[in-house]
Design a protein around this ligand. Structure first.
Ligand SMILES: *Cc1c(COP(=O)(O)O)cnc(C)c1O
Length: 428
């Protein structure tokens, strides 16, 4: 690193010690970063080709209002998503409030009273517990007579095929598979692993609808779950595919019939995909999707960089410093309250927005302990932007993800290191 660069970091509040420690680690990661860039290059071409094939043009950037009939931009954007994911149809809408909402309508649109939903790979994401009714909740699938069954992973985190076979009955209508580990400690599944699981399920009953919660996984590999047999994939636009520009939204892509069923739940029976104004979001949706492969690459580099820094300092990290990546989440276990707080305060201090705010742990509704959150984001709650959070309970782990640009992600992680040093938790 040049003297000039050290000075820039110093002006940010990052000492030469922290910057040079990080720089040495960066230099050891060149090959991994090259591989990440290659995946981004491949996926970038995929996106451009899809936009060309759909004849995306200036008129697509205009929005619609009211009912939103004949919204050319919306229709072509959905074609682009369907093309990228190699499937028949897609629903990509600002009316979808978040990832949980997208998953909720994909499930409720395709399940009917008396049907059973199976999760063959352990517990789903926290917010889905209320959608499904695992935790009793008003309007849950359980209240509508949809039952739920779950098969946990084996101790070595592999699929328990024998028990999955037993769990599939004539009632089983749909399975839900979560690609990312979310906030669990299991590894994230690769697309290839998900493909094996889907093949197994389809070999028992080929008409079971296989849905994949694709949150945080998009563009981390060259293939997506729809390339290996998924009937539906679902995600949030304030994560990877929004590229940081989408201000809201979610998507559902897959077989035409199942996507339409979800659309009838999003709007209403009889209307489905035909209505839904896009107001002003077509342009950021297209542009964000165009940027998504390289933005995802920045977030992947950030995760690999942080894993290497904190593992070297002796903290347990998941995934570890050398594992291949299938999502953008990184966990670091500090083992102390002070460590989690210092890390989050560092991420916040390096943000372009709200950098003067000092995050503190607080009693957030819905959590059983205090939680600290760091996010200096342009879009509220956006987790493709550099962000971190951690519950204030053992093992005192922080989860972080995102980074719209690699230089910002690098600065944020170095700032976290600086704060962890200042708290006296490590010395370099
Ligand atoms: C983020 C996430 C969700 C829910 O998305 P929200 O936008 O927070 O509602 C669901 N599943 C996984 C794996 C996620 O990472």
């Amino acid at each position: 690193m040049t003297e000039e660069m050290f000075q820039m970091y110093e002006q940010m509040g990052i000492s030469q010690k922290a910057a040079s420690f990080g720089d040495a680690i960066c230099n050891s990661l060149k090959e991994r970063f090259e591989a990440i860039d290659e995946t981004a290059e491949y996926n970038q071409l995929k996106v451009i080709r899809a936009m060309q094939d759909a004849r995306v043009d200036a008129a697509c950037m205009n929005g619609s209002s009211g009912y939103g009939y004949d919204d050319v931009g919306r229709e072509k954007l959905e074609k682009v998503y369907a093309n990228i994911f190699h499937c028949e149809d897609a629903l990509v809408r600002p009316l979808i409030a978040c990832g949980t909402h997208a998953l909720g309508i994909a499930l409720s649109g395709n399940l009917r009273p008396g049907d059973e939903l199976l999760s063959p790979a352990g517990k789903p994401y926290d917010t889905l517990e209320e959608v499904i009714g695992i935790r009793p909740s008003r309007g849950s699938l359980a209240e509508y007579g949809v039952t739920y069954r779950q098969v946990d992973l084996k101790d070595d985190f592999s699929f328990d095929y024998d028990r999955i076979r037993e769990a599939i009955t004539e009632k089983t209508k749909m399975v839900t598979i979560q690609r990312s580990k979310g906030y669990q400690t299991r590894p994230t599944f690769s697309v290839a692993q998900i493909g094996e699981l889907i093949s197994f399920i389809k070999s028992i009953r080929s008409d079971i609808i296989c849905m994949v919660d694709n949150c945080y996984g998009e563009f981390t590999e060259r293939i997506e779950p729809t390339d290996v047999g998924a009937d539906l994939i679902v995600g949030s636009l304030i994560k990877n595919p929004g590229g940081g520009l989408a201000p809201i939204g979610g998507y559902i892509a897959g077989k035409k019939e199942y996507v339409e069923n979800a659309a009838f739940r999003l709007t209403t029976p009889g209307l489905g995909k035909e209505v839904g104004a896009t107001l002003g979001v077509n342009q950021p949706f297209f542009q964000g999707f165009f940027l998504a492969p390289t933005v995802t690459a920045s977030a992947l580099k950030a995760a690999v960089f942080a894993a290497n820094i904190y593992e070297k300092l002796g903290f347990p990290v998941i995934p570890d410093s050398t594992e291949t990546r299938h999502d953008i989440i990184q966990a670091v276990t500090f083992g102390s309250r002070e460590g989690v707080i210092a890390f989050c305060q560092g991420i916040q201090a390096a943000a372009p927005v709200d950098s003067y705010v000092t995050p503190e742990p607080w009693d957030m509704p819905g959590y059983d302990s205090e939680v600290i959150m760091a996010a200096g984001a342009f879009v509220q709650g956006s987790s493709i932007e550099l962000s971190a959070d951690g519950p204030m309970k053992p093992p005192y782990a922080v989860y972080f993800q995102g980074g719209l640009t690699w230089p910002h992600a690098k600065a944020g992680i170095l700032m976290s290191l600086q704060k962890v040093m200042e708290a006296g938790l490590v010395s370099l």
